[in-house]
Design a protein around this ligand. Structure first.
Ligand SMILES: N#[N+]C[C@@H]1[C@@H](O)[C@H](O)[C@@H](O)[C@@H]2O[C@H]12
Length: 460
């Protein structure tokens, strides 16, 4: 296959999942429940009453699933560790059976030449820690660093890429401000403190990784979306700037610039606390250590994981507090079943924005993909042309950023499997591979074959 867009020789091609969304059996072998186990079992919180009790049954079927990853030719697989499998109480004694599952998964991947990228936290906080205040507790960064060290000690000899926290913004805003996701809080006084503790947790985990002599690379995965005013009025332009600070800069400015965006204090008003300068110093990564490519010292973050899905088209709206802005979808624009506009140029813009604002750090697209109403399988393959078109267009957009100097190192499709889509349960299909919880059959989609060819050609 000749490629219009050829990627660098060592470009990393992967797919991504997360523990609660695919593993099933969240309490097996001594595991402790997470806030998502509780949330999903709370009536009315998840569509159709769906839970992750079975999901894709990956906890049992992982060897079969790794064989499928090898069939696709994946160079890497991004997955998360369920904190409560390893530390059922969130801290204290290690559950050997839980840790052993992840050892066996990593070894199965390595046997097939697939590099593991482990996400330490993908939203499933042990319920026992939530009962101690969770991310609101100032001890939470230390809890997280202690948990991270258990994984570093057990697996750093075999795991080349670590992500500390997945989408701290989503942990904060849907989790503590609008209440859509676990733990379902709605408190503007809680959200900024949770965000701060998540950033400190990232910093403490990175510092622990360095102090243990971590030999590989560790980063943070953030959801980013360019914010465009719906029309060039001063009100909409100001609203887009506020939403840019609120979504895109809330976590990256402290990490790379050592300060929060000034807009956040205005947005949150009295709910925005005074944060200690020492905390911001701890959180800041020394960009020179990133640019130098050497493993950072202190809290230096080695790479940024970008989760990109769409852009925000923004209109000022004084009724939507605390932001005073809403995201709209343009008329007649192609959209996914999540209601998100298909907007590939936003990926190029996002990658170049990181290059321009944060010193061009090494970057991985740790999630990119789309949910569509896939038709049923035909002759053993699910025809999903919309997803093939989405992936092709976004890979070309990523390549355009590479050609303009972005230090893009790899791309992970979200997701390998149709899986538990949080509050939307199993109603949204993001997978390259179809999975229906009742029968658990794995059926490849045309997008899986498309991606297999992209990997073979190292281009699109
Ligand atoms: N929604 N959506 C799909 C996808 C979600 O399934 C992932 O768990 C998150 O990391 C991120 O939000 C993106």
């Amino acid at each position: 296959m000749t490629s219009e867009a050829a990627f660098p020789a060592n470009f990393l091609w992967g797919a991504a999942t997360s523990a609660y969304q695919i593993e099933g059996q969240p309490l097996a072998d001594g595991a402790g429940p997470s806030i998502w186990h509780r949330f999903a079992h709370t009536p009315g919180r998840v569509a159709n009453g769906d839970t992750g009790d079975l999901a894709c049954d990956h906890y049992r079927r992982f060897e079969e699933d790794v064989a499928l990853m090898a069939d696709l030719g994946l160079g890497a697989y991004r997955f998360s560790v369920a904190w409560g499998r390893v530390l059922p109480e969130g801290r204290g004694s290690v559950n050997a059976k839980g840790l052993d599952f992840y050892r066996r998964l990593v070894d199965a991947l390595l046997e097939r030449g697939i590099a593991p990228m482990i996400t330490l936290y993908h939203w499933d906080l042990p319920a026992a820690l939530h009962d101690r205040g969770g991310w609101l507790n100032p001890d939470s960064p230390a809890w997280f660093a202690d948990y991270a060290q258990v994984l570093f000690r057990a697996l750093d000899d075999r795991v080349p890429l670590w992500v500390t926290i997945n989408e701290p913004w989503v942990v904060t805003v849907p989790g503590y401000l609008d209440g859509e996701l676990a733990p379902g809080h709605r408190d503007p006084f809680e959200a900024p403190r949770v965000a701060h503790h998540l950033l400190l947790a990232h910093a403490e985990a990175v510092a622990a990784y360095r102090s243990l002599g971590g030999r590989h690379r560790i980063g943070l995965a953030v959801n980013l979306e360019p914010q465009h005013p719906a029309s060039p009025t001063p009100e909409n332009q100001a609203a887009a700037r506020r939403r840019d600070a609120f979504i895109n800069r809330w976590f990256l400015d402290p990490l790379y610039l050592g300060r929060y965006p000034a807009e956040l204090a205005t947005i949150f008003g009295a709910a925005w606390p005074e944060f200690a300068d020492a905390d911001l110093a701890r959180i800041r990564s020394t960009s020179d250590s990133v640019l130098g490519g050497s493993l950072g010292t202190g809290c230096a973050t080695d790479f940024i994981g970008v989760n990109y899905y769409s852009r925000g088209l923004v209109r000022a709206d004084p009724n939507t507090q605390p932001l005073g802005a809403i995201r709209i979808s343009p008329e007649n624009a192609p959209r996914t079943t999540m209601g998100w506009e298909v907007y590939p140029p936003g990926l190029t813009e996002t990658l170049l924005w990181i290059k321009e604002h944060y010193g061009n750090p090494p970057t991985y697209i740790t999630e990119n993909g789309a949910a569509f109403d896939d038709p049923p399988p035909a002759d053993g393959l699910v025809p999903d042309p919309e997803r093939v078109d989405y992936l092709r267009a976004h890979l070309r957009a990523a390549h355009a950023a590479l050609e303009q100097g972005a230090d893009l190192r790899g791309y992970f499709v979200w997701s390998l499997f149709d899986n538990f889509e949080w509050a939307q349960g199993y109603s949204q299909r993001f997978g390259l591979i179809r999975v229906d919880p009742p029968n658990q059959a794995r059926i490849l989609k045309a997008s899986a074959r498309f991606y297999q060819n992209v990997i073979r050609a190292n281009g699109v």
